[in-house]
Design a protein around this ligand. Structure first.
Ligand code: GLN
Length: 303
C-alpha cells in the first residue's frame, strides 16, 4: 500500500467539495476560516506519518477534545463516569437541550455537549484545570509542546455560550455537576479551543489504535477500555450522523465543528482529516468524503 500516493490522490478527489458546506458560525471566530483548506495525515501504529494537503495547518479541534477528556477520566476513575453519562447514540443535534430534560439530567453519551460537560466536570475533580490535562496529554502524545488553546476562539465561544451554559445549569439542577458551572464551562471551552494540525492529532490519537498504549509504551487505557472508547466513537462520535458515518467510513471517528475528524483503524493507524465546510450535523463534508475514499481504497475498516 503506497499511503503517500493514496493521500495525494484523496486531496485531488475532494477538491470539488471544498467551499461547500459552511464553517460553524455560532462561534464567530470559526466562521472566518477559509473553507478551501483540506488536510489529511495518517500515523501508523509503528510511528510512521504520511501527510498531504494542509496537514500541518493548525485548526480548532473543538469536540475532538471530548475523546481525550473521556480517556483521561476512564484512566483516572475507571467505570464510575457511566453512572452519570449514558453511552447511547443521541439521534439529536450535539447541543440539544430537550433530551436532557426527558432523561432526568443524565446525558445520552459523552460526546454530545451535555455529556462532555459532565466528563469535563469529573476531570476537573480528578486532576484540576491547571495545567489543562487534555492539553498536556495531546502535547506529550504528539511530541508538539507548542500546542495551546487559541484565546481568541475561546473568548469567542465564551461570549456565545448560552446553550452550553444552559446545559451546565440544567445538569447542576439535577445534581450532576461536582464543580461550579463557571469552572466547568471554562475548562470545556478551553479544551475545545486547542489548536492542532492533522499530523499532531493523528500522532496524539495513536493510543486509540494501539490498545491504549501511549507513545512511551506505558498504558493510558487497558485494551478493553480502548475498545470501549472506540465503540462509543463509532456509535456517537459524529452525533446524529453516526449511522451515515459508520455506513460510509466503517471506522470509529470523532468530529469537531472546526472541521477536523479523527478516525481509528485498530492495530494499524489513526487518520486525521480537516476541512472547515460542515454538513447539517456539524461534520466536515470533505473530511467524511476523504475518509470514505480512504477506507474504500485500502479496505481498512472494522467491518
Ligand atoms: N465547542 C463546541 C460547542 O460546545 C464544540 C461542538 C462541536 O465541535 N461539535 O458547541
Amino acid at each position: 500500500m503506497d499511503l503517500q500516493n493514496l493521500l495525494e490522490d484523496i486531496v485531488g478527489t475532494v477538491q470539488p467539495l471544498l467551499g461547500q458546506g459552511a464553517p460553524a458560525d455560532y462561534i464567530p471566530s470559526l466562521a472566518a476560516v477559509d473553507t478551501q483548506q483540506f488536510g489529511i495525515s495518517v500515523a501508523t501504529s509503528d510511528g510512521d506519518v504520511f501527510a498531504s494537503g494542509d496537514a500541518d495547518v493548525p485548526f480548532s479541534i473543538q469536540s475532538i477534545s471530548k475523546v481525550y477528556a473521556l480517556a483521561l477520566v476512564l484512566a483516572g476513575d475507571g467505570d464510575r463516569i457511566w453512572k452519570r453519562v449514558f453511552r447511547e447514540p443521541s439521534g439529536n443535534p450535539f447541543n440539544s437541550l430537550v433530551q436532557l430534560e426527558h432523561e432526568d439530567g443524565i446525558p445520552r453519551n459523552p460526546f454530545i455537549n451535555a455529556g462532555a460537560l459532565v466528563v469535563t466536570d469529573r476531570l476537573l475533580s480528578i486532576v484540576g484545570s491547571s495545567p489543562s490535562p487534555v492539553r498536556e496529554l495531546l502535547r506529550q502524545e504528539s511530541g508538539n509542546n507548542s500546542i495551546d488553546a487559541d484565546p481568541v476562539v475561546a473568548a469567542s465561544e465564551a461570549a456565545n455560550s448560552h446553550r452550553n451554559a444552559s446545559l451546565a445549569h440544567f445538569l447542576a439542577s439535577y445534581g450532576n455537576l461536582e464543580n461550579p458551572v463557571d469552572s466547568v464551562l471554562e475548562a470545556y471551552i478551553d479544551q475545545c479551543a486547542l489548536e492542532m494540525s492533522c499530523t499532531d492529532l493523528a500522532l496524539a490519537s495513536r493510543f486509540l489504535a494501539n490498545n491504549g498504549l501511549r507513545g512511551n509504551g506505558t498504558a493510558l487505557l487497558s485494551p478493553s477500555q480502548t475498545k470501549r472508547v472506540n465503540a462509543v466513537m463509532l456509535t456517537c462520535g459524529t452525533y446524529d450522523a453516526a449511522g451515515e458515518f459508520a455506513y460510509r467510513v466503517g471506522l470509529p471517528g470523532k468530529s469537531g465543528v472546526g472541521g477536523g475528524i479523527v478516525a481509528v483503524v485498530p492495530n494499524k493507524c489513526t487518520i486525521c482529516v480537516w476541512s472547515p465546510g460542515l454538513g447539517r450535523s456539524g461534520n466536515s463534508l470533505a473530511g467524511v468524503a476523504a475518509l470514505d475514499e480512504f477506507t474504500t481504497r485500502t479496505g481498512w475498516s472494522i467491518f
